[in-house]
Structure formats: structure tokens, C-alpha cells
Design a protein around this ligand. Structure first.
Ligand code: ADP
Ligand code: MG
Length: 592
């Protein structure tokens, strides 16, 4: 008998297959609980009555007579219940003059004499017990690496004692140290799996250099978190193993300068930086030329070209990079990594990968993640977090609805009069019945009638980059769908209005809000909704840090969502709650 027969691959899997119920199959000579009788019965007579079948027997453990009543006396009952037969039975009893049990169940003898743990497995119970005996032992669990008290708690779950059994009944499920052991083991198994999956390739180059000259020549001083991220990266690049790091920082936290710092560290070796849109690539290109020393040649790749790219030290580009004959590079970076598919990111890396080594690989993300998720994923990649922003953003967030529209209009007029810009985000492009909000197309005529400088774009708009650029330079109001999520910088944008805000995820709301006040101007975010008391929106309006929002998001979602469908495991957690179990996760992480 082996674990594979059950589709399991380790004692940890087996330990996590928690019983679905427990039954006391110890023979007692008195009745403790009439609802859960367990008897050793010798059948005396069988009697077929008009509607029921009645067997009379003698319960040896209770030393008394018992009547067994069946509404359905199936053929397997016939085989087991006959005069002279002796069986173990369980059922709910009642006194009706005599002790009676309705529709009793036969209990197989291997279950008898203990509190029996019942499982939901597709295997004969007695065979499953054999597997348990073999694999669920303290030795095995300890050699999997579990701490002793966790292993012991797991064993009690599978080989219950009296105290656990009582607790389980009272709590209606796993509790205390036992529940914790399941959570712990689940996290432990997951992280161990991730860790084993992590591939460590040799680096093409290790680059040791001081970052000080770069930092000293910047027109601003770096924030503490930017410095720390660059220190992490400097340590990565100096190693002979290819780095794999994700740098997470809120919109406006200043990730670009960290990319340039990394390119500086890699110089004179080449770096490649890929961004999701042409505008972003151009922005990064301009910034790189401004912030990097002159000797570092920066090139831009936004469409196929025959140019010899090997004269550049830093290549900035869009996915057009993927179709180029790329020169050797020791550092590959991806900005706004979530805008790319895994395949594209891997492809970029593979383009510069050699037989004898891989490039250092840095990915940048503007989607803050909850601490628990970072703890989980950190077995596979390293993380750096940029939590501070260089400018104190001053954004007022308000939940508004129909009755506040007039006030909103006068606010918009006031902002425009000061040369500021306004973004209004609609949930849908075209009209749709029963949605409760105007679509982009329906609303457009209203804004165009009362304002000039109104620009319109949406996700499927082929010209959206041009529209955004033109708006940036001379627009007043931009009507858009959530496409604007792409991180183009609009320095004069001070107000964002999000229509039907309750239908958007907190991360998206946060991204949209992050568009305004990027250069220190006072910003406003209006969440327009028909449901003004919406708790999610109300809480969102009080928080500005992306990392806190990630925690909040977790609170409003089931924790399974966040990891389900993940490539690493493909399954959600059954016991672990990502919103609540940070302590447990930290402990597991410390162990792995
Ligand atoms: P994001 O993390 O959203 O990509 P950016 O890198 O685009 O942010 O930075 C936003 C703006 O802040 C840029 O104009 C950048 O030059 C500026 N910036 C970055 N770091 C600092 C800093 N430490 N002090 C002042 N300005 C900074
Ligand atoms: Mg950016």
C-alpha cells in the first residue's frame, strides 16, 4: 500500500487529509449519550411487520435487550441481521418502553475499541488504516521537518484521544493547537514545495561596484526604501548566482531611478529594460538619459529596427525588444511586470540567456501585496519593498453620489480654472441596460457640451497613446475606462472621478487614484456610487498606502482567491487564512 494510490506524495499530504468526523467505538457498559450508541449485539429474532422490520437482540456490553428497527431492510441487511448473528452496531437510541435504535449502522470490527477517525477517501477503510499506520508516525513527520509539537498535534488529529474528541465535539470542528497545526502544515508544505522549485542558475556576470557616484549625481536624494532596494540589488549583482528579485513599490514611489541605479551597477555590462507601452518606454528612456552619467549610452527600442544595438549599455524598450536580435546583457529588467504575461517575461530573459549562465533578472511591480502573500512567494523570488514616496501625496478621497453632482461640477470648474486636469473613469464604453451608471459614450456628450478640452479614450482605442499624449499637453478633462491604469505620467492631473467605484477592485481604485497629485499638487479622488454606505469604499477613502490597501483587499476577499490558480500550487488553502494567519506564516518561513 502506498501514498501514490491516494494521489498523495508525502506524509504531509496525508497529515493534511483531516478526518471528516470522529466516532466513539469503545464499548461501554452504560449509556453516556443516547444519541451515539455503540453496541455489541447478538440477534435473537427477526420480525417482518407491515411497514418495518424489527430485529430483537441482546446488547452484551449493556447487558440488556435492544430493538433494532428498519424502514428499509435491504439485502445486505438480510445477510447480516439473522438470528444468532453477532455484530457491532451504532445509532441513535430512544426509549420507547424498550431501548430502540432506528436504522442502525453496522460497524466493521477494525474500527472497534477506540475513537475512530472517519475520512473521506476513495479507498477501503481498513487499507487506509494500514497506510496511516505506515506513514503517519512521529518519526516520519519529524523527518519531513515539522516541529515536534506540530507533529504531535497532527497525530492526535488522526489518532484522537479523549480530550481532543470532546473538544472537537464542543467546538464543532478543529480548534486551538490542532487547527493551528493544520494551518502550519499547509503553509509548510506549500513553502517547501516552492523552495524546491526555485532554480538557481549561475549568473552571466557578477558586477561589483560602488553606487555612490550615481547617487551623488542625482538631482534629488533617494528615499530610505529606494536606497535599501538598491543595496539589495547591488548585493544580488555581485553574486555568481543569477538574481531573481521583485521590487514592489506604490505608484510614484520612484522605481525608475532604482532601475537606472541597477543599470549603473551593471555597467560596463549591458542592461535591458522592458516597459509595457511606448509612452512608458519613452518616459524611461528620457529619464535614463537625464539621470545616468554620459558615458552610459542609452538606446530606445519601440519597433523593429536594423540598427546595431550593441553600441548601447542600457536598452529601454517595449515588447518590440522580444523580436530583436539582442546583444549580450547581464541584467534584464521588466517594469510594470503584471502588464506582461509570464511567457513574455520568460522570453525576454531567455533571449539573453547563455548555456553557461542567466542574466540577473529584476521585475518591478506597482501592485503592493499583502505581507502574507510576500511571505509565501518569497520562497521563490526575493522581494524589495519601496513603501515611502518621495513626495508627500496629499489626496482627499470622497465617496459621493447623485446628490453631490453639482458640487462635483463646481470643483471640476475650479480645478480647470487653475490649469489643472481632471480624469473621469467610466465602467463601460457603450450603453448597457440595468447597469445603473452612464457609459463612456452616453456621458461624453454632456461633458463636451459644457467643457472644452475634453478627450476620450478606452482600452480598445487604437489611438489611445496619442490621445493620452495630446491630453497631457493641452487637455482639460479626460474621459476614459480603466485603461488609464497604465502608468503614464500626467503632471497636471489633480482630480480623478471614478464612476461605479464599488464595482472595481481596491487595487484598481488605488492605481487610478495614484494618477493624481504625482508632482505634489493637492489631489482629489471622488468615488461615485449609488451605494454611498459601501463599507469597502468608506474604508478605502481613509487609507492611502498601497500596502495597507493590499491588506484591506485581503480582508474583503476570501483568502483562497488570492492564491488559487497560482502556477505553484493550483489549489487554494483549506486551513490557512491569508488575512489572519500572518504569525503562523512567519514562523513557517523562519523554518524553511
Ligand atoms: P513609479 O514608482 O511610479 O514608477 P517614478 O519612478 O516614475 O515612480 O517616479 C515618479 C517621479 O518621482 C519621477 O518624476 C521621479 O523622477 C521622481 N523621483 C523619484 N525618486 C525621487 C526622490 N527620491 N526624490 C524626488 N523625486 C523623486
Ligand atoms: Mg513606473
Amino acid at each position: 500500500m502506498s501514498l501514490e494510490k491516494l494521489g498523495l506524495s508525502s506524509p504531509l499530504d496525508l497529515a493534511l487529509l483531516a478526518p471528516k468526523s470522529y466516532h466513539d467505538y469503545r464499548l461501554k457498559n452504560r449509556i453516556d449519550d443516547l444519541n451515539e450508541l455503540f453496541l455489541d449485539v447478538e440477534i435473537k429474532t427477526i420480525q417482518q411487520l407491515p411497514k418495518i422490520t424489527k430485529a430483537v437482540g441482546f446488547a452484551h456490553n449493556l447487558a440488556r435487550e435492544v430493538e433494532l428497527l428498519f424502514f428499509q431492510f435491504a439485502s445486505y441487511h438480510k445477510k447480516s441481521f439473522y438470528p444468532g448473528a453477532r455484530l457491532y452496531i451504532a445509532g441513535r437510541g430512544k426509549f420507547f418502553g424498550k431501548l430502540q435504535i432506528m436504522q442502525p449502522k453496522i460497524v466493521a470490527s477494525y474500527k472497534v475499541g477506540r475513537i475512530f477517525a472517519q475520512y473521506d477517501v476513495k479507498m477501503r477503510g481498513d487499507l487506509f488504516e494500514k497506510i496511516k499506520e505506515r506513514y503517519l508516525t512521529l518519526d516520519r513527520l519529524l523527518s519531513e521537518g515539522l516541529p515536534e509539537e506540530i507533529a504531535k498535534a497532527l497525530l492526535i488529529i488522526h489518532y484522537p484521544d479523549e480530550a481532543f474528541f470532546k473538544g472537537f465535539k464542543k467546538e464543532g470542528g478543529f480548534f486551538g493547537i490542532y487547527l493551528e497545526a493544520l494551518k502550519f502544515t499547509e503553509a509548510f508544505r506549500y513553502l517547501k514545495g516552492l523552495k524546491n522549485k526555485r532554480v538557481r542558475l549561475p549568473a552571466l556576470r557578477s558586477c561589483k561596484k560602488s553606487l555612490d557616484p550615481f547617487i551623488e549625481n542625482l538631482p534629488f536624494s533617494l528615499t530610505k526604501d529606494q536606497k535599501k532596494a538598491l543595496e539589495d540589488i547591488a548585493a544580488d549583482l555581485s553574486r555568481s548566482i543569477a538574481a531573481k528579485r521583485v521590487i514592489v513599490g506604490d505608484v510614484g514611489s520612484g522605481k525608475s531611478v532604482v532601475m537606472f541605479g541597477a543599470a549603473y551597477l551593471a555597467y560596463p555590462n549591458r542592461s535591458i529594460l522592458m516597459a509595457p507601452t511606448t509612452i512608458l518606454a519613452q518616459q524611461l528612456y528620457e529619464e535614463a538619459k537625464r539621470l545616468l552619467p554620459k558615458e552610459i549610452e542609452v538606446g530606445l527600442v519601440i519597433s523593429g529596427s536594423k540598427e546595431d544595438l550593441s553600441r548601447y549599455h542600457l536598452l529601454v524598450g517595449t515588447h518590440a525588444l522580444l523580436y530583436q536580435d539582442l546583444p549580450e546583457a547581464c541584467l534584464v529588467m521588466v517594469d510594470e511586470q503584471h502588464r506582461f504575461g509570464t511567457e513574455q517575461r520568460e522570453r525576454l530573459k531567455k533571449l539573453v540567456q547563455k548555456k553557461d549562465g542567466a542574466p540577473h533578472f529584476l521585475q518591478f511591480s506597482a501592485t503592493p501585496i499583502p505581507r502574507t502573500k510576500a511571505l509565501m512567494d518569497s520562497a521563490l523570488v526575493d522581494f524589495s519593498f519601496i513603501k515611502q514616496t518621495p513626495f508627500k501625496k496629499d489626496i482627499t478621497t470622497k465617496v459621493i453620489s447623485k446628490e453631490d453632482f453639482k458640487e462635483l461640477l463646481s470643483h471640476i470648474k475650479k480645478e480647470i480654472a487653475q490649469g489643472h486636469q481632471v480624469l473621469i473613469v467610466y465602467p463601460l464604453v457603450e450603453e448597457s441596460e440595468n447597469y445603473g451608471y452612464k457609459s463612456l459614450e452616453e456621458a461624453a456628450s454632456f461633458w463636451q457640451r459644457y467643457f472644452d478640452g475634453v478627450y476620450i479614450t478606452h482600452g480598445k482605442d487604437k489611438e489611445k497613446e496619442e490621445v493620452l499624449k495630446e491630453f497631457r499637453d493641452k487637455g482639460k478633462i479626460l474621459l476614459a475606462t480603466t485603461v488609464i491604469e497604465v502608468g503614464i505620467s500626467l503632471p497636471k492631473l489633480t482630480t480623478v472621478v471614478i464612476v461605479g467605484a464599488e464595482n472595481l477592485g481596491l487595487a484598481t481604485l488605488h492605481q487610478l487614484r495614484g494618477r493624481v497629485s504625482r508632482t505634489g499638487l493637492k489631489g482629489y479622488c471622488f468615488l461615485y456610487t449609488n451605494d454611498k454606505s459601501n463599507e469597502r469604499l468608506q474604508e478605502f477613502s481613509k487609507i492611502t498606502s498601497g500596502f495597507e490597501i493590499a491588506e484591506l483587499d485581503l480582508k474583503f476577499r476570501k483568502s483562497g482567491d488570492i492564491l488559487s490558480g497560482k502556477e505553484q500550487s493550483g489549489r487554494a488553502f483549506k486551513w490557512l487564512n491569508m488575512a489572519e494567519d500572518r504569525k503562523i506564516l512567519e514562523r513557517v518561513r523562519g523554518l524553511i
